[in-house]
Unconditional design. Structure first.
Length: 122
């Protein structure tokens, strides 16, 4: 990735904290875009899943290693610029769940869930 930019999304439901979902826009580092939608979606989704958790718990000394991210892909082709949005939808018994949506222009590349076990930072 040679470029990534974080923004807030106003036209999506807010996280359980009331904050707007965050998004990240990036430029994929390859030019073969027709068949690489899933790869581009993975790059963007991995980058977007931690922001809503960090925003919700930034005042606490927490870490969330080994996030379990499950994505379902469409057949849309990638574009050079890809955007992913992450929304914190649940926090129960130390597990945070984030909904991830990935777009390439007007095309949806993927949608999924990320579950993270929140642990006290060492």
């Amino acid at each position: 990735m040679h470029h990534a930019e974080r923004r807030w999304i106003a036209n999506r439901p807010p996280s359980i904290t009331g904050s707007p979902p965050g998004s990240i826009e990036l430029v994929v580092p390859w030019t073969d875009l027709e068949l690489t939608g899933p790869e581009a979606a993975c790059l963007a989704a991995d980058s977007a899943n931690g922001a809503p958790i960090h925003l919700a718990f930034r005042d606490r000394d927490l870490t969330f290693p080994n996030t379990d991210l499950s994505l379902r892909f469409t057949t849309a082709p990638a574009q050079r610029e890809v955007m992913a949005c992450g929304t914190l939808v649940s926090m129960q018994r130390g597990t945070a769940t984030v909904v991830i949506e990935v777009q390439a222009g007007e095309q949806q590349l993927a949608r999924g869930l990320s579950s993270s076990l929140l642990m006290a930072a060492p």
